[in-house]
Design a protein around this ligand. Sequence first.
Ligand SMILES: Nc1ncnc2c1ncn2[C@@H]1O[C@H](COP(=O)(O)OP(=O)(O)O)[C@@H](O)[C@H]1O
Ligand SMILES: Nc1ccn([C@H]2C[C@H](O)[C@@H](COP(=O)(O)OP(=O)(O)O)O2)c(=O)n1
Length: 477
Amino acid sequence: MTLPPSLIDDPATAGALAAVLSAATVGESRLSAALVPCVLRPLLAELGAQVAEGGGTVAVTGRGLGGLRSPETPLDARAVPGALGPLCGLLAGHAVSAVVRADRLPDGLVATLERAGAQVVVGGSTTAPLLTVRGTASPLAPDCGGPAALPPAAAMAALAVGLTAPGESRVALPPALAGVAFDLLAAFGVPVRLEPAGAVLDLVVTGEAETAPAALPADWPVTPVWLAALDHGAGPLTVAIDGPAAAGKGTLARAVAARLGLAYLDTGLLYRATGLAVRRAGGSPDDPAATEQAARALSPDDLNDPALRGEAAGDAASRVAAIPAVRAALLEFQRAFAAQPPDGARGAVLDGRDIGSVVCPEAPVKLFVTARVETRARRRFLELRERGTEVIESRILRDMEERDARDRSRSVAPLVPVADAVVLDTSDLDRDGALSAALALTGARVWAWHHACARADGRAGPPGAPGATDTGSTGDS
Ligand SMILES: Nc1ncnc2c1ncn2[C@@H]1O[C@H](COP(=O)(O)OP(=O)(O)O)[C@@H](O)[C@H]1O
Ligand SMILES: Nc1ccn([C@H]2C[C@H](O)[C@@H](COP(=O)(O)OP(=O)(O)O)O2)c(=O)n1
């Protein structure tokens, strides 16, 4: 699996930081080849790390913090611009001397290195600068906290210097990059925490700690931004997940809820229970009066019946779901669940067909999960067969196409992605990949929600706003 392009703002920056961290770690780190660009690998060897490749993995055995050696030839970072910041930062915090070729000079980079105590001479030309970096064994800890984010290369350099600098280094980053950097540093055992600082996040790194080898698959988790927002935002947070049958809504919703400690409601069960109740009473799931009555009579216990999972219940559900009075009868239950999640949870994940459009139109996070109809039919086929139900895949496909058409074309709350939903196609993602992608794709929304809540109650605000005092930390990922 490769990372969805938007999983991280700048995959080259994150991959370069991972590579640099592995070079500064004693022991073998195993990084997905998708994360570490090929052209970066010889640079790690120049710094004294051993690099071996195979099976989609790059194994890097580093020399530990403080253990880098001066490269004998210039380090060519032109093909991986994202590497320049972390590479120069690491050099600046070591007693080494190196020449680095770049394709341009990023904003704030030289100043950040010099503030840490390194000597930097810039030669070459504007389009082909040559940086001579003479680092120091006793760098100063960077103090570049919010409210404005540092330019990415300068920020990555500051983080890398922070690894060898004594005490805490503070670097302001945009939320998505902060989440990725946090996860990377934590994966290498670096003591790190995130603190809200207005519209950005401060990443606080404790330097001179021992790093530990990491194993980073292509889809390593991206959750700290969510956790920071939940810790510091005004709850409850609603996550709306909509999409067609067997797209993986429930699987994703359960995983998001479990990862973040949120409550979960499978709203399809409400429609399934209504349809099943009418059928069991000998009625028709197309009868408006009988179905509305059944919907109003539902109790939470009705949602535990194993028969609800069968395709017959799914078909009945799709029919009762087209009746406006049934939808109205079930609306209140769903809204109450989102507004007051059970067991004191800080938010709720609801999955269905109209959560983002009708049930919770104000939800800060809306995902429309979809997949090719053949993939969905295959998943449902495997699911039913595993439960011991005799099924024919081609029939499931046909039924699913019919059900999709009915859900999409009904007049009330048809199944369509709302304009502010993030669309996630899970056809080529496994369950873990879908979770990572969903969390990463919506991280910025969660942060915007946190920021809006904080501004509304005056605890924190955008740069320069009165009362911008909110601080705190998350040490978890
Ligand atoms: N990304 C995925 N890759 C493979 N199988 C999946 C994936 N997501 C879900 N599944 C499986 O597909 C089936 C349908 O998933 P489910 O979450 O119940 O879908 P929905 O709630 O959209 O109907 C389940 O058996 C589930 O385990
Ligand atoms: N919020 C919801 C949830 C389900 N429905 C309808 C649409 C579906 O055809 C049925 C069954 O939904 P459910 O999510 O349980 O079914 P799948 O697991 O996606 O096959 O209910 C709905 O209209 N609105």
